[in-house]
Design a protein around this ligand. Sequence first.
Ligand code: CUA
Length: 146
Amino acid sequence: WLIIGIGIIALSMVITGYQAFAQGMAPPSGMETIDPQKVDQTTPFDNPGIFEIGENEYEVVMILQAFSFTPNEIEVPVGSTVHFTMTSRDVVHGFQVAGTNINAMVTPGHIQKISQTFDKPGEYLVLCNEYCGVGHQMMSTTITVK
Ligand code: CUA
């Protein structure tokens, strides 16, 4: 049984290794990269904020850092489609929007993109759901849809 157990572990390591290296199936592949030391100097993060890019369409360029979201307090009209473009300045943070399916990991060195249409008015609570340090539980903001 021990030999079978070790054999299964070895086999899964070989398969994982093959997928990671030979097929390039690493999680960040396909994600744009960014130098986390130069977030403030790198477009579009040199100018974070909310931008109207079309009819009922907005782009939110957001920087996450311990323990806040920049911009803080986002407001969009009902029915808007919002494209979030996010990165982290320091450690891994989470971007979860209560009442929606948004639940993303924002890692330093990578640009995370996620879109959402807000059809219902209200105040949506945004939470960091990855432990990021002593102030983690205070890391939140809101998206107001009205
Ligand atoms: Cu950021 Cu927890």
